[in-house]
Design a protein around this ligand. Structure first.
Ligand code: PLP
Length: 374
């Protein structure tokens, strides 16, 4: 059997990792400013993470959600305290798309409504409901296209208000910072208007923090810069540092009912251990503050470079929009300087490194970037 060819692959196979570096089979070292697509939060093979996972594997790897699991209870308490949402409750699943599916279901159960308002250029995942709320028709099959989703432009407050005023939406979903679109931030005024209009119309506000959350923006959640609270927050990616886990944080105004949400693998013992190790390391190593500080340092070091049309983002979620002549820069960073970065479309380089990078790692990136663009 061959692999179904749905990914365009780089001709490199990382086989070993440590911190913000990976190595291929030949022993070549790469600086990882992509983090496996914003997934590696505390760094590759962090010793605390490895130790906790190894220990848990020798005790119990899995049991189902039909029985008590104190690791889930501990995770909910720790996450609530660290992220600033102690009175939300936690539902655990396996991925980002699945988190958003459950967010839509919870919102629909709560409001009795069936429509979702999403933001233009949004990306929320590839499963049925998540892809319907993703503003990219090329990845929606006929089965996924639905009149239950409407898109409204980012940062257009009047359009947002008039859409919500119809009172027909179960929820508005917004990324903390739009990632796949190329790093675009909702303004604080847009978040505030969204919160007010949702309250006025009985609509729930869902913050998709799957890419921008877990400290990446320099705050635990990017929407916290705007001083607003969301009713449901979806998370995944950095939550497990590579072990698949996703979740929604749910406001106490949404009532739980037995059987309303469920999953076989979600919240299993290994996944919870991975998430607990991530939170422990994030706290001990102050990684949210580090993301803010080193992110600003990187931004400052990139400013004024002639290859750059626009710099966007916060913390360690940085979008470098390139001038026309420099569209091959991402490939050159990889093949000439051995640095992984993310992309968005043809002209944006996305920096999504592990949150533990130091100024020295940032200097290594800046030196390579500036040398290539001399
Ligand atoms: C903002 C956002 N939401 C949802 C998803 C989907 O997550 P997953 O690939 O884990 O299903 C992604 C993935 O890139 C994302 O960036």
């Amino acid at each position: 059997m061959e692999l179904f060819k749905t990914y365009k692959l780089w001709p490199i196979e990382p086989v070993k990792g440590s911190g913000c570096h990976v190595w291929d089979k030949e022993g070549t070292q790469y600086l990882d400013f992509y983090g496996g697509h914003a997934v590696i939060s505390i760094g590759h093979c962090h010793p605390t993470y490895v130790e906790m996972m190894q220990q848990q594997l020798t005790k119990l790897g899995f049991y189902s959600n039909a029985v008590e699991n104190s690791l889930q209870v501990e995770l909910a308490a720790r996450l609530g305290e660290q992220c600033g949402y102690p009175s939300h409750s936690l539902f655990l699943c396996n991925s980002g798309a699945e988190a958003n599916e459950n967010a839509f279901k919870a919102a629909s159960f709560h409001t009795g409504r069936k429509k979702i308002l999403a933001i233009g250029k949004a990306f929320h995942g590839r499963t049925s409901g998540a892809v319907a709320a993703t503003d990219n028709p090329t990845i929606q099959s006929a089965f996924n296209k639905t009149p239950n989703v409407t898109f409204t432009p980012l940062n257009d407050i009047e359009a947002l208000k008039s859409n919500l005023a119809t009172g027909e939406y179960a929820a508005l979903i917004m990324e903390g910072i739009q990632g796949v679109a190329g790093i675009f931030e909702p303004s604080a005024a847009f978040w505030k208007a969204a919160r007010q209009a949702c309250d006025a119309t009985g609509t729930l506000l869902i913050a998709d923090e799957i890419q921008s959350g877990y400290g990446r923006s320099g705050r635990f959640f990017a929407h916290q810069y705007a001083g607003v609270e969301a009713d449901i927050i979806s998370v995944a990616k950095g939550m497990g540092n590579g072990f698949p886990i996703g979740a929604i944080l749910i406001s106490d105004k949404i009532e739980a009912r037995y059987g309303m949400l469920g999953t076989t693998f979600g919240g299993n013992h290994l996944a919870c251990t991975a998430a607990l190790a991530v939170l422990k390391v994030m706290k001990e190593e102050r990684l949210v503050d580090n993301a803010a500080a080193v992110g600003q340092y990187l931004m400052d070091g990139l400013k004024g470079n002639k290859a750059i049309k626009e710099l966007r983002g916060k913390g360690l979620m940085i979008g470098i929009e390139l001038n026309e002549d420099w569209l091959d820069l991402r490939d050159r960073l990889l093949f000439e300087k051995h640095i992984f970065t993310g992309g968005a479309g043809k002209n944006v380089i996305r920096l999504l490194p592990p949150l533990m990078i130091s100024r020295k790692d940032a200097d290594a990136f800046l030196e390579a970037f500036n040398t290539l663009t001399l």
